[in-house]
Design a protein. Structure first.
Length: 539
């Protein structure tokens, strides 16, 4: 039986543009999340005068300059019974005709459900642009935008029903945080690094950052500003390296040649993320108030970079606590924001933490599931048997959080916060998880962890069979044990001991006898539980 096909109409690598990268990341996330459920194919958008070697995943190519091709593509896709749903990426400039009007010819003829992602939603549109966007939305089964602001504009200015619109934030890569203290030996290790990346074009207004640098350097001479990325292919085609040459000349005029480094390369994702992890502050200087979202902004936050940004909608919604905004083209405000951050290490750290926490829910894996959920709501994939890929079980963080005494209560991102001490709750949870893991895999390393958690639970048990919950890093019982209800932690400890005994695990005979005695000793306290959850744990 042939698998159903999900088709994505988009610009696609090796074409170099933000939407091509976006689509590639989205497809990879869907493929990583699901297995043997469907096939993903791409219809690549081709510009006139270009010739690219596409990967096998590209099953169709649309010559965007020929209106007849749009109709022909629709008719061809209609004939393929395996195609269940089409995801269409929309950006003004991807499609030919006035404001990309040729796309309407495709949508009028396609009989498959189309879910359209609007990467740009312009406010105060002229009548022709408004009509075209309304038509695209009309012929689409559903519409995706990436910010609340864009959703509001569609409703208020384009009269598109909110029920037809889903907000799915721009996806981000979850990457392992790297502590600055572990970066000894990195290039520029004694420098404060500012960075901007992406395909260069005049709209990025990098000259605003350059104009701010002398004021920043006056306070912090150990600054280096990395401008990462090649010039946008369309800019190269139309005007060559005019903009880059303009920036270089400005650097020379300002006398900041030693503080600015141009990295004229299109970096692979893994290399780009390395740069971002080493960056102290990310600068986003776009001068376009209509720019709804920025993938570069999302990637910077995923690396934990505090961001100083112009107030595009994406930045206004994401940067609360993770960065600072400054007015378009205002280099003085940009300089003041950078100086404020570099002068306040605690504020920098708070923003670093906030960036990681705020961006985590927007991981590409979540974006992938949200995209598929729309198709299910439309009943277009309802008969497809979806199989999720089971991720590997990793105990890395459990091991990182465990000392010879037990599991630490809290972490700061990925590092144990020893000052938070230990709790019976967390060690009971850890015992349940690792005991089940050992029962599943028989891994020798698990036995050491199980031994630690068992001994911690025994340490917490009192003469009457009850347990104390809060233990300092120095193994002292804290005052919170006298002021906070401990029923839930007691119920979870009984559950953990029972779980261990039920699996028939035997670490050593002497300890086994202690565990059995502790379990029996704890049972009478259940009769006095008032918390339904504690009772459920014990059961």
């Amino acid at each position: 039986m042939s698998l159903p096909i999900i088709l994505i109409i988009t610009s696609f690598p090796p074409r170099k543009c933000g939407i091509a990268t976006y689509s590639q990341d989205l497809i990879k996330a869907i493929e990583d999340k699901y297995e043997s459920s469907f096939i993903i194919k791409v219809c690549a958008l081709k510009k006139k005068g270009t010739s690219l070697e596409y990967p096998d995943q590209v099953g169709y190519i649309l010559n965007t300059w020929d209106e007849k091709e749009y109709v022909n593509l629709a008719l061809e896709l209609n004939e393929n019974e395996l195609i269940e749903v089409i995801y269409l990426q929309h950006e003004f400039g991807l499609y030919e005709g006035v404001y990309g009007a040729y796309l309407i010819s495709f949508l009028k003829h396609i009989k498959k459900p189309v879910i359209t992602t609007f990467h740009t939603v312009l406010s105060n549109p002229d009548m022709q642009r408004k009509t075209i966007l309304q038509q695209i939305a009309f012929y689409s089964a559903s519409v995706i935008v990436m910010t609340k602001h864009s959703s509001k504009i569609l409703s208020m200015e384009y009269d598109i029903a909110p029920s037809k619109v889903t907000i799915i934030p721009h996806g981000t890569h979850l990457i392992k945080p790297v502590a600055k203290s572990s970066q000894n030996g990195f290039p520029f290790e004694h420098k404060k690094i500012l960075a901007t990346f992406g395909l260069l074009s005049e709209g990025k207004s990098i000259e605003t950052a350059l104009s701010a640098l002398p004021k920043i350097i006056e306070k912090f001479p150990n600054i280096i500003y990395l401008i990462i990325g090649k010039t946008h292919p369309e800019v190269i085609k139309n005007e060559g390296e005019k903009y880059r040459d303009f920036l270089k000349e400005k650097v020379r005029q300002l006398g900041i040649e030693k503080e600015v480094l141009f990295i004229n390369k299109y970096l692979s994702l893994d290399i780009l993320l390395e740069y971002l992890q080493r960056t102290d502050i990310y600068l986003f200087t776009s001068k376009d108030p209509q720019q709804a979202v920025s993938g570069t902004l999302a990637y910077a936050l995923s690396a934990g970079c505090p961001v100083v940004s112009t107030p595009i909608p994406h930045a206004l919604e994401l940067l609360d606590g993770a960065g600072l905004n400054f007015d378009f083209n205002n280099n003085d405000q940009l300089a003041d924001a950078v100086i404020l951050l570099l002068s306040n290490n605690s504020l920098m750290y708070e923003m670093h933490m906030s960036a990681i926490h705020r961006i985590s829910p927007t991981a590409w894996q979540n974006a992938a599931m949200a995209h598929l959920q729309i198709a299910y709501k439309l009943d277009k994939l309802i008969d497809t048997q979806i199989a999720y890929k089971t991720p590997p079980i990793l105990l890395d963080h459990i091991k990182r959080m465990t000392t010879p005494r037990g599991m630490i209560q809290f972490a700061i991102v990925a590092d144990p916060d020893n000052s938070s001490g230990y709790t019976l709750d967390d060690n009971a949870r850890a015992l349940i998880a690792v005991a089940k893991h050992f029962d599943l895999t028989g891994k020798f390393d698990d036995l050491h962890l199980i031994h630690i958690y068992l001994n911690f639970i025994l340490f917490c048990q009192q003469e009457d069979g009850s347990f104390l919950n809060y233990v300092s890093f120095e193994e002292q019982f804290g005052i919170k044990n006298q002021t906070i209800n401990l029923e839930d932690s007691n119920g979870r400890a009984i559950w953990a001991l029972g779980e261990y005994l039920s699996l028939g695990l035997l670490i050593d005979y002497h300890l086994q006898i202690q565990i059995e005695e502790a379990f029996v000793k704890s049972l009478p306290i259940v009769e006095n539980f008032q918390s339904p959850r504690a009772i459920a744990f014990a059961i």
